[in-house]
Design a protein around this ligand. Structure first.
Ligand code: C2E
Ligand code: CA
Ligand code: CA
Ligand code: CA
Length: 275
């Protein structure tokens, strides 16, 4: 048993080494990724539940690593945050997303995710202003998605930044709603334009009573506060029907489309219009 234990230990040790090595490789690679054009944006539509048409797209980052292949943002964003590179990458994403969106039909919005690290760096408001001016995109067509973790810590300073961003004329969305601990408090402090219900709740629809109760409570709260409610991770027609019944405003998920490359946005719009 002792020998077994040692073997197991060595196995885990090796796995840890691999994880550490991979992380190191990603960290080094990220520095070059921006310069070598290895980063891409994919766009995933959100759909008006009431009217059925596409109202905009969320920009999601992808990294085409020369040897590791496609690396998920769930893996590389934390590495980018640790090394501080996220600020540069985030600014790139903002500019690229605004540039793409400026070619879309009028009225379609683009949503860009902001990292908490990027949020706290001075210069964010400036970077957003530049992205808007350079692309000519109307500020009302840009939506910034932040999670509650953005607001943790220096709350006053963070609310101030949100006010400044809002003053540019863009919209602020609260992402992954329901997964944190203090979302409701933030709703009292800052008038978000949109709340995105986390996929964890949507997954329980249409059958689980608890998920249904939570989703309808959030939908009613949105109505009361005048905040638009988007459900993310919608995969089935049953989930969609349930969200409609509860009065949610927008839906996003594989039921409509996965995130697609920029050049496929036009075709996707046509396909979704026809269906
Ligand atoms: P998120 O902002 O919550 O984005 C939603 C994630 O769910 C995306 O994963 C999307 O591809 C995935 N998704 C969409 N519909 C469905 C569905 O129906 N079912 C399932 N199972 N998944 C669905 P992705 O693209 O891998 O991004 C993961 C996370 O990485 C994002 O979560 C976001 O937090 C972060 N991220 C992505 N792009 C950026 C970026 O440009 N900047 C920053 N700061 N973070 C980003
Ligand atoms: Ca998001
Ligand atoms: Ca989300
Ligand atoms: Ca998420």
């Amino acid at each position: 048993a002792k020998a077994d234990g040692r073997a197991v230990y060595r196995f885990f040790e090796r796995r840890m080494d691999e994880a550490v090595r991979r992380k190191q490789e990603l960290k080094l690679g990220l520095r070059l990724a921006c310069e070598r054009d290895e980063l891409e944006l994919r766009f995933q539509p959100f759909v008006s539940i009431e009217h059925g048409h596409v109202t905009g797209f969320e920009a999601l980052m992808r990294w085409r690593h020369p040897t590791l292949g496609m690396v998920s943002p769930a893996e590389f964003i934390p590495v980018a945050e640790e090394s501080g590179l996220i600020t540069r990458m985030g600014e790139w994403a903002l500019r690229a997303a605004c540039r793409e969106a400026s070619r879309w039909p009028e009225g379609l919005r683009v949503a860009v995710n902001l990292s908490p690290v990027q949020f706290r760096k001075p210069g964010l408001v400036r970077a957003v202003t530049v992205a808007l001016e350079e692309s000519g995109l109307a500020p009302g067509r840009l939506e910034l998605e932040i999670t509650e973790s953005v607001l943790l810590g220096e709350e006053e300073a963070n609310l101030q930044i949100l006010q400044e961003l809002r003053a540019l004329g863009l919209r602020i969305a609260l992402d992954d709603f329901g997964t944190g601990f203090s979302s409701l408090g933030y709703l009292l402090r800052f008038p978000f334009d949109k709340i995105k219900i986390d996929r964890a709740f949507v997954q329980g629809l249409p059958d689980r009573e608890d998920a249904k109760a939570i989703v309808s409570a959030i939908a009613r709260m949105g109505q009361g506060l005048g905040i638009s409610i988007t459900a993310e991770g919608v995969e089935t027609a049953g989930q969609y029907a349930s969200l409609k019944l509860k009065g949610c405003n927008e839906a996003q998920g594989f039921l409509f489309s996965p995130p697609v490359p920029a050049q496929e946005v036009g075709g996707l719009l046509e396909r979704l219009r026809a269906s």
